[in-house]
Design a protein around this ligand. Structure first.
Ligand code: BES
Ligand code: ZN
Ligand code: ZN
Length: 499
């Protein structure tokens, strides 16, 4: 990640490779732009008149060697109509600027973006958004490219300019928050972008172990330990795979001793072939992303540890592949889960809920204050919400309201689906307590109904990230591939909980 600093000072005095100034609709400059214009005489006004510069959102123009400045370039970036600005537009503007600068060959740059006014946002929110945009937008996964992409001279440092020295401290704190959020998000992206032959359950366990820290204790159970503990549902899904399962427990003690932890549970399916109910070949490769729930959980722990957040957290990750080996579990099988609830397997491709059953039951035993699970659980959720929102279900109104608030604030958005009692009928089994599919109707909800059976009365929210966890076209703030969905949402939620 490139270095981001904060500083106060006039645009015409900066000596970097580029100075970036916003240009609003109707060719309106902001304060710093006007100050630069005053310091540089006629160049800027005449430029603004002569060219088709409009201030249209995202459009940019660059001037070189402007007399009266000390910078190589002045970049004007269109910010559109000021009253239409949001924090997400600021993030995406910042991504846009960072990518353009990276291509331009500039190494050290200053940006004047925080003087734009954004409705409902504090100054610190704006600084955080700009820094997040840069770090999230410059992410790429090039580990397996043997000839590195032509990048020219890559961007080295970016300075977020603030109005005066009085704002420096608040700005620095906001940049520090952004650094932790981005490092957690990019870590989640890195894990999820790894191919299935590298990112096995064992690999996930090693990655979790490597997060260990004085306040973070990590335990990774191998197959033997899993058998001993009795996570039978996880073992059933693992039967068809040559790679052993792992059960990962993270224990972060940043809060008061004795305070109940918030439990985060993540689906760690490192490759989902569907099992005997095999998936069609098209896009099956994308099922390496079926561990994005666990990647989100690990990313959250990374961010939280970096921030030293004063909360207690419990992380639980069941991890396996879902394959078709000779010993694979079969449609029609009945599994007795860790909790004792019996599950009739009607479709081996509905494996996520099965492994989560044991992880949730284990989490409940630890008596957490609340449980939030992250899972690429249903194709139906992709159909319902697409890539714009994570599916939210659960039993606790306050918890759900908190997640909605953080979703809006971070733009890592969630949308609630109902969990009316009547949906529970769909997972009744003729021969066991429940079956693992509820039919075509309301597939996302009946999957959540299945999970709810393992929760008892703990406050619980389920996040179906099937549509949001990866994007093969890329989004405004994410490259093609894993997005890190859930990390920004949860770090914001936990920060608010921590006060
Ligand atoms: N991992 C998939 C869900 C999924 C599918 C996520 C496509 C993202 C994109 C999950 O294990 C699964 O296969 N679910 C089945 C359940 C069905 C058999 C009841 C599904 O959604 O088709
Ligand atoms: Zn599946
Ligand atoms: Zn799956």
């Amino acid at each position: 990640m490139i270095e981001i600093a904060v500083k106060a000072g006039h645009a015409h005095k900066q000596r970097d490779d580029a100075v970036v100034l916003p240009l609003l609709d109707g060719r309106k400059l902001t304060e710093s732009g006007k100050a630069l214009q005053d310091a540089t005489g006629r160049i800027l006004p005449s430029f603004l008149r002569k060219f088709d510069v409009t201030g249209k959102f995202g459009a940019s123009r660059t001037l070189y060697d402007v007399e009266g400045t000390h910078t190589q370039r002045v970049m004007l970036i269109g910010a559109g109509e000021e009253k239409k600005l949001t924090l997400q537009k600021l993030r995406s503007l910042s991504v846009n600027v960072a990518r353009k600068l990276e291509r331009s060959g500039a190494r050290d740059v200053s940006v004047y973006l925080t003087e734009l006014s954004v409705k409902g946002a504090t100054f610190a929110d704006k600084v955080q958004a700009v820094a997040e945009g840069v770090w999230l937008g410059l992410y790429s996964f090039e580990k397996y490219k043997t000839s590195k992409q032509e990048r020219g001279r890559a961007l080295r440092s970016l300075t977020i300019m603030v109005p005066s020295r009085r704002e420096l401290e608040i700005a620095q704190e906001a940049v520090d928050r952004a650094r932790a959020v981005a490092s957690g998000t990019n870590f989640a992206r890195d894990l999820a972008n790894e191919p299935g032959n590298i990112c096995t359950p064992e690999f996930l366990g090693d990655q979790a172990q490597a997060l260990s820290h004085k306040q973070l204790n990590v335990t990774v159970m191998d197959k033997k330990a899993i058998e001993k503990a009795g996570f039978t549902a996880l073992l059933a899904v693992n039967q068809g795979s040559a790679n052993e399962p792992r059960f990962i427990v993270l224990d972060y003690k940043g809060g008061k001793e004795g305070d109940a932890a918030i439990a985060l549970v993540g689906k760690g399916l490192t490759f989902d072939a569907g099992g005997i109910s095999i998936k069609p070949a098209a896009q099956m490769d994308e099922m390496k992303y079926d561990m994005c729930g666990s990647a989100a959980v690990l990313g959250i722990f990374k961010a939280v540890t970096e921030m030293n957040l004063p909360v207690n957290l419990l992380g639980v990750i069941p991890s396996t592949e879902n394959m078709l080996g000779a010993a694979a579990y079969k449609p029609g099988d009945v599994i007795t889960s860790y909790k004792g609830i019996t599950i009739e397997v009607q479709n081996t491709d509905a494996e996520g809920r099965i492994i989560l059953a044991d992880a949730l039951a284990y989490a409940v035993e630890q008596k957490p204050a609340e449980i939030i699970d992250f899972a690429t659980l249903t194709g139906a959720c992709v159909i319902a919400l697409g890539g714009q929102a994570t599916g939210l279900m659960g039993t606790d109104e306050k918890l759900k309201a908190g997640l909605k608030l953080s979703g809006t604030h971070t733009h890592d958005r969630v949308w609630e689906l109902p969990m009316f009692d009547e949906y529970q009928e769909q997972i009744k089994s003729d021969i066991a307590d429940i079956k693992n599919v509820g039919g075509r109707e309301a597939g996302t909800i009946t999957a959540a109904c299945f999970l709810s059976r393992f929760i008892d009365d703990v406050a619980w929210a389920h996040l179906d990230i099937a549509g949001t966890a990866w994007n093969m076209k890329g989004t405004d703030i994410s490259a093609k591939g894993a997005t890190g969905a859930g990390v920004r949402l949860m770090v914001d939620y936990l920060s608010r909980r921590a006060g």
